[in-house]
Design a protein around this ligand. Structure first.
Ligand code: AMP
Length: 110
């Protein structure tokens, strides 16, 4: 079954999209925890990081490099930022379509 992120990919529901390529989509988090808070997702639905396998290695790397690129474009690279992926309930995952949180523009403590 699809998640809300599938509906964002298919444009069934709107999002503030900041980046798109053949494999990835990035958009602003609807409940931002920092002045810059983007979600970077693969178009391919992988439910959790536990479901990723070696075939996804390049895709996962692409997500990380895209986070760094978008951090630079958003002007937070120099100051610093946080990249986070939550997995399953104890990790705080709510949407079961893997995504990287890119958060910047404020200081994070531990
Ligand atoms: P996680 O807890 O890691 O699964 O994060 C899910 C994130 O998706 C949360 O930070 C939500 O605020 C965000 N989110 C949920 N629905 C939407 C939406 N329609 N557009 C943008 N962000 C969303």
């Amino acid at each position: 079954m699809g998640t809300i992120f599938d509906k964002i990919i298919s444009r069934e529901i709107a999002a503030d999209i900041v980046y798109e390529d053949d494999l990835l989509l990035a958009f602003k988090d609807i409940a931002p925890k920092a002045p810059v808070h983007y979600l970077i997702i693969p178009k391919q639905p992988i439910a959790t990081l536990n479901d990723a396998n070696p075939e996804h290695q390049a895709l996962l790397g692409q997500m990380m490099l895209t986070a760094a690129k978008l951090a630079k474009e958003a002007g937070v690279a120099e100051g610093g930022y946080r990249v986070q992926m939550n997995c399953n309930p104890d990790g705080g995952q709510v949407v079961y379509h893997i995504h990287l949180h890119l958060m910047g523009g404020r200081a994070f403590s531990a």
